[in-house]
Design a protein around this ligand. Structure first.
Ligand code: ZN
Length: 287
Protein backbone atom coordinates (compact mmCIF):
# COMPACT_ATOMS: atom_id res chain seq x y z
CA UNK A 1 0.00 0.00 0.00
CA UNK A 2 1.54 3.28 -1.09
CA UNK A 3 0.02 5.99 1.05
CA UNK A 4 2.94 8.12 2.25
CA UNK A 5 2.50 11.61 0.90
CA UNK A 6 -1.11 11.00 -0.06
CA UNK A 7 -3.78 13.61 0.70
CA UNK A 8 -4.53 14.17 4.37
CA UNK A 9 -6.99 16.47 6.13
CA UNK A 10 -9.72 13.94 6.83
CA UNK A 11 -12.53 14.98 9.16
CA UNK A 12 -10.94 13.63 12.32
CA UNK A 13 -11.45 14.67 15.92
CA UNK A 14 -8.52 13.68 18.08
CA UNK A 15 -9.73 12.86 21.59
CA UNK A 16 -6.63 11.00 22.67
CA UNK A 17 -5.77 13.60 25.29
CA UNK A 18 -9.19 13.26 26.92
CA UNK A 19 -8.81 10.39 29.26
CA UNK A 20 -9.08 9.80 32.94
CA UNK A 21 -10.98 12.12 35.21
CA UNK A 22 -13.97 11.52 37.35
CA UNK A 23 -16.51 8.99 36.24
CA UNK A 24 -20.14 9.95 36.57
CA UNK A 25 -22.97 7.50 36.49
CA UNK A 26 -25.13 7.89 33.43
CA UNK A 27 -28.76 7.10 33.91
CA UNK A 28 -31.00 5.37 31.43
CA UNK A 29 -30.91 6.62 27.92
CA UNK A 30 -34.58 6.02 27.30
CA UNK A 31 -35.99 7.52 24.17
CA UNK A 32 -32.72 7.63 22.35
CA UNK A 33 -32.32 5.18 19.54
CA UNK A 34 -29.24 3.22 20.35
CA UNK A 35 -27.76 1.47 17.44
CA UNK A 36 -24.10 0.89 17.38
CA UNK A 37 -22.64 -0.91 14.51
CA UNK A 38 -19.24 -2.32 15.00
CA UNK A 39 -17.03 -4.39 12.83
CA UNK A 40 -17.53 -7.28 15.15
CA UNK A 41 -19.48 -7.41 18.30
CA UNK A 42 -18.54 -10.98 19.03
CA UNK A 43 -21.61 -12.16 20.86
CA UNK A 44 -24.79 -10.63 22.06
CA UNK A 45 -25.53 -7.08 20.87
CA UNK A 46 -28.18 -6.80 23.60
CA UNK A 47 -25.52 -7.28 26.20
CA UNK A 48 -23.58 -4.41 24.75
CA UNK A 49 -26.70 -2.24 24.71
CA UNK A 50 -27.21 -3.03 28.39
CA UNK A 51 -23.64 -2.11 29.10
CA UNK A 52 -24.16 1.16 27.30
CA UNK A 53 -27.26 1.92 29.32
CA UNK A 54 -25.40 1.32 32.52
CA UNK A 55 -22.41 3.12 31.13
CA UNK A 56 -20.46 5.83 32.73
CA UNK A 57 -19.88 9.32 31.57
CA UNK A 58 -16.34 10.36 31.65
CA UNK A 59 -15.81 13.81 33.02
CA UNK A 60 -12.65 14.13 31.09
CA UNK A 61 -9.73 16.34 31.74
CA UNK A 62 -7.99 17.56 28.64
CA UNK A 63 -4.32 17.01 28.48
CA UNK A 64 -2.16 17.37 25.45
CA UNK A 65 -1.57 13.99 23.98
CA UNK A 66 2.04 13.11 23.25
CA UNK A 67 2.27 10.26 20.81
CA UNK A 68 5.17 8.00 20.01
CA UNK A 69 6.57 8.11 16.45
CA UNK A 70 4.87 4.78 15.81
CA UNK A 71 1.50 6.13 16.96
CA UNK A 72 2.02 9.25 14.92
CA UNK A 73 2.56 7.17 11.80
CA UNK A 74 -0.61 5.21 12.49
CA UNK A 75 -2.52 8.44 13.01
CA UNK A 76 -1.21 9.79 9.70
CA UNK A 77 -2.18 6.56 7.98
CA UNK A 78 -5.67 6.79 9.45
CA UNK A 79 -5.99 10.37 8.28
CA UNK A 80 -4.99 9.40 4.73
CA UNK A 81 -7.51 6.54 4.70
CA UNK A 82 -10.30 8.69 6.16
CA UNK A 83 -9.61 11.39 3.58
CA UNK A 84 -9.70 8.83 0.78
CA UNK A 85 -13.13 7.59 1.91
CA UNK A 86 -14.37 11.18 1.75
CA UNK A 87 -12.96 11.69 -1.75
CA UNK A 88 -14.34 8.40 -3.05
CA UNK A 89 -17.83 8.67 -1.54
CA UNK A 90 -18.17 12.31 -2.47
CA UNK A 91 -17.43 11.38 -6.09
CA UNK A 92 -19.83 8.43 -6.08
CA UNK A 93 -22.65 10.45 -4.51
CA UNK A 94 -22.08 13.35 -6.89
CA UNK A 95 -22.41 11.00 -9.83
CA UNK A 96 -25.80 10.01 -8.49
CA UNK A 97 -26.79 13.64 -8.05
CA UNK A 98 -26.53 13.46 -4.27
CA UNK A 99 -24.48 15.24 -1.70
CA UNK A 100 -22.35 13.18 0.65
CA UNK A 101 -22.37 14.44 4.25
CA UNK A 102 -18.89 13.72 5.55
CA UNK A 103 -18.88 11.83 8.86
CA UNK A 104 -16.52 12.64 11.71
CA UNK A 105 -14.00 10.05 12.81
CA UNK A 106 -13.26 10.21 16.53
CA UNK A 107 -9.89 8.87 17.55
CA UNK A 108 -10.03 8.09 21.24
CA UNK A 109 -8.45 5.94 23.89
CA UNK A 110 -10.22 3.49 26.17
CA UNK A 111 -13.58 5.20 26.37
CA UNK A 112 -15.46 8.22 25.14
CA UNK A 113 -18.93 9.69 25.22
CA UNK A 114 -20.99 9.49 22.05
CA UNK A 115 -23.98 11.67 21.27
CA UNK A 116 -26.82 9.20 21.03
CA UNK A 117 -25.09 5.83 21.40
CA UNK A 118 -24.11 5.96 25.04
CA UNK A 119 -20.61 5.57 26.34
CA UNK A 120 -18.29 3.96 23.80
CA UNK A 121 -15.47 1.72 24.90
CA UNK A 122 -12.47 0.32 23.09
CA UNK A 123 -13.38 -3.29 23.72
CA UNK A 124 -16.45 -2.90 21.47
CA UNK A 125 -14.02 -2.57 18.59
CA UNK A 126 -14.41 0.25 16.07
CA UNK A 127 -18.02 1.33 15.66
CA UNK A 128 -20.31 3.78 13.93
CA UNK A 129 -23.02 5.70 15.77
CA UNK A 130 -25.86 6.58 13.38
CA UNK A 131 -27.34 9.14 15.78
CA UNK A 132 -24.31 11.43 15.67
CA UNK A 133 -22.90 10.22 12.34
CA UNK A 134 -19.52 9.55 13.88
CA UNK A 135 -17.06 6.71 13.61
CA UNK A 136 -15.29 5.78 16.85
CA UNK A 137 -11.86 4.28 16.65
CA UNK A 138 -9.21 3.47 19.23
CA UNK A 139 -6.00 3.05 17.28
CA UNK A 140 -4.78 0.33 19.62
CA UNK A 141 -7.25 -1.84 17.71
CA UNK A 142 -4.70 -2.02 14.93
CA UNK A 143 -2.46 -4.13 17.12
CA UNK A 144 -5.38 -6.28 18.15
CA UNK A 145 -6.24 -6.90 14.52
CA UNK A 146 -2.85 -8.41 13.85
CA UNK A 147 -2.27 -10.15 17.17
CA UNK A 148 -5.70 -11.30 18.23
CA UNK A 149 -7.39 -11.80 14.89
CA UNK A 150 -4.37 -12.55 12.71
CA UNK A 151 -5.35 -9.85 10.20
CA UNK A 152 -1.96 -8.59 9.17
CA UNK A 153 -0.86 -5.88 6.77
CA UNK A 154 -1.57 -2.16 6.67
CA UNK A 155 -4.63 -2.64 4.56
CA UNK A 156 -6.45 -4.49 7.35
CA UNK A 157 -7.05 -1.28 9.32
CA UNK A 158 -8.00 0.54 6.12
CA UNK A 159 -10.65 -2.09 5.47
CA UNK A 160 -11.99 -1.68 9.01
CA UNK A 161 -12.31 2.09 8.58
CA UNK A 162 -13.92 1.65 5.15
CA UNK A 163 -16.40 -0.83 6.67
CA UNK A 164 -17.49 1.72 9.30
CA UNK A 165 -17.77 4.38 6.60
CA UNK A 166 -19.94 1.85 4.78
CA UNK A 167 -22.37 2.02 7.70
CA UNK A 168 -22.40 5.79 7.36
CA UNK A 169 -23.30 5.41 3.69
CA UNK A 170 -26.14 3.09 4.75
CA UNK A 171 -27.26 5.68 7.26
CA UNK A 172 -27.28 8.48 4.72
CA UNK A 173 -29.15 6.34 2.19
CA UNK A 174 -31.81 5.44 4.76
CA UNK A 175 -30.93 1.76 5.02
CA UNK A 176 -30.20 1.85 8.74
CA UNK A 177 -33.49 3.57 9.46
CA UNK A 178 -35.29 0.73 7.72
CA UNK A 179 -33.37 -2.02 9.49
CA UNK A 180 -33.89 -0.28 12.81
CA UNK A 181 -37.64 -0.29 12.15
CA UNK A 182 -37.43 -4.01 11.41
CA UNK A 183 -35.66 -4.60 14.68
CA UNK A 184 -38.76 -3.47 16.54
CA UNK A 185 -41.06 -6.06 14.97
CA UNK A 186 -38.78 -9.06 14.45
CA UNK A 187 -37.67 -11.72 16.85
CA UNK A 188 -34.02 -11.72 17.80
CA UNK A 189 -33.36 -14.70 15.57
CA UNK A 190 -35.04 -13.05 12.60
CA UNK A 191 -33.35 -9.74 13.22
CA UNK A 192 -29.94 -11.42 13.29
CA UNK A 193 -30.40 -12.18 9.60
CA UNK A 194 -31.10 -8.52 8.86
CA UNK A 195 -28.03 -7.64 10.87
CA UNK A 196 -25.92 -10.01 8.77
CA UNK A 197 -27.26 -8.41 5.56
CA UNK A 198 -26.46 -4.95 6.94
CA UNK A 199 -22.92 -5.94 7.87
CA UNK A 200 -22.24 -7.67 4.56
CA UNK A 201 -23.38 -4.58 2.71
CA UNK A 202 -20.89 -2.52 4.73
CA UNK A 203 -18.20 -5.00 3.63
CA UNK A 204 -19.40 -4.57 0.05
CA UNK A 205 -19.13 -0.78 0.39
CA UNK A 206 -15.59 -1.19 1.74
CA UNK A 207 -14.84 -3.10 -1.46
CA UNK A 208 -16.42 -0.35 -3.57
CA UNK A 209 -14.19 2.17 -1.82
CA UNK A 210 -11.08 0.03 -2.54
CA UNK A 211 -12.08 -0.26 -6.19
CA UNK A 212 -12.44 3.49 -6.57
CA UNK A 213 -9.18 4.49 -4.87
CA UNK A 214 -7.37 4.41 -8.19
CA UNK A 215 -9.77 6.92 -9.67
CA UNK A 216 -10.44 9.33 -6.83
CA UNK A 217 -7.50 9.16 -4.43
CA UNK A 218 -3.73 9.13 -4.57
CA UNK A 219 -3.37 5.91 -2.56
CA UNK A 220 -1.94 3.04 -4.56
CA UNK A 221 -3.00 -0.48 -3.73
CA UNK A 222 -1.14 -3.64 -4.55
CA UNK A 223 -2.48 -7.11 -5.12
CA UNK A 224 -1.23 -8.01 -1.65
CA UNK A 225 -3.45 -5.31 -0.11
CA UNK A 226 -6.56 -6.91 -1.53
CA UNK A 227 -5.40 -10.28 -0.21
CA UNK A 228 -4.86 -8.65 3.20
CA UNK A 229 -8.32 -7.07 2.97
CA UNK A 230 -9.93 -10.42 2.26
CA UNK A 231 -7.97 -12.00 5.09
CA UNK A 232 -9.15 -9.29 7.45
CA UNK A 233 -12.76 -9.83 6.33
CA UNK A 234 -12.33 -13.56 6.93
CA UNK A 235 -10.75 -12.99 10.33
CA UNK A 236 -13.80 -11.12 11.62
CA UNK A 237 -16.37 -13.61 10.31
CA UNK A 238 -18.83 -14.77 12.97
CA UNK A 239 -17.99 -18.44 12.48
CA UNK A 240 -14.29 -17.76 12.90
CA UNK A 241 -14.80 -15.54 15.95
CA UNK A 242 -17.13 -17.99 17.63
CA UNK A 243 -14.86 -20.91 16.99
CA UNK A 244 -11.99 -18.92 18.42
CA UNK A 245 -13.96 -17.87 21.50
CA UNK A 246 -16.13 -20.88 22.28
CA UNK A 247 -14.73 -23.69 20.16
CA UNK A 248 -18.07 -24.10 18.42
CA UNK A 249 -20.39 -22.25 16.08
CA UNK A 250 -24.04 -21.22 16.44
CA UNK A 251 -25.23 -19.89 13.03
CA UNK A 252 -28.53 -18.55 14.42
CA UNK A 253 -26.65 -16.09 16.53
CA UNK A 254 -24.58 -14.72 13.65
CA UNK A 255 -24.88 -10.97 13.35
CA UNK A 256 -22.10 -10.13 10.90
CA UNK A 257 -21.83 -13.05 8.48
CA UNK A 258 -19.43 -15.91 8.02
CA UNK A 259 -15.84 -15.46 6.88
CA UNK A 260 -16.79 -16.74 3.46
CA UNK A 261 -19.70 -14.32 3.12
CA UNK A 262 -17.66 -11.36 4.29
CA UNK A 263 -14.89 -12.13 1.82
CA UNK A 264 -17.44 -12.66 -0.95
CA UNK A 265 -19.10 -9.26 -0.50
CA UNK A 266 -15.89 -7.33 0.01
CA UNK A 267 -14.52 -8.91 -3.15
CA UNK A 268 -17.70 -8.26 -5.10
CA UNK A 269 -17.51 -4.58 -4.17
CA UNK A 270 -13.86 -4.44 -5.10
CA UNK A 271 -14.33 -6.13 -8.44
CA UNK A 272 -17.39 -4.19 -9.58
CA UNK A 273 -17.05 -0.84 -7.81
CA UNK A 274 -20.77 -0.43 -8.45
CA UNK A 275 -22.92 0.40 -5.41
CA UNK A 276 -26.03 -0.79 -7.24
CA UNK A 277 -24.81 -4.38 -7.04
CA UNK A 278 -24.65 -4.42 -3.24
CA UNK A 279 -28.21 -5.30 -2.35
CA UNK A 280 -27.44 -7.95 0.25
CA UNK A 281 -31.08 -7.69 1.41
CA UNK A 282 -32.22 -9.34 -1.79
CA UNK A 283 -29.79 -12.22 -1.64
CA UNK A 284 -31.80 -15.45 -1.27
CA UNK A 285 -28.84 -17.28 0.28
CA UNK A 286 -28.96 -14.90 3.24
CA UNK A 287 -32.59 -15.53 4.11
ZN1 ZN B 1 -20.27 -3.33 10.91
Amino acid sequence: MKWQGARRGGNIEDRRGMKGGKKLALGGIGGIIVLIIGLMMGGDPNQILNQLQEGTLNASTDTEYVSTPEEEKLFEFTDVVVRSTEDVWQAIFRKGGLEYPIPTTIIYQEGTQTAGCGYGESHFGPFYCPADQKIYLDLSFNKELAEKYGAKGEFALAYVIAHEVGHHVQNVLGTLKETNEMRKRLSEKEYNKISVMTELQADFYAGVWAHNLKKYSDIELTYQDIIDGMRAAAAVGDDHLQKQAYGKVNPESFTHGTSEQRVYWFKKGYETGDINLGNTFNDPTLR
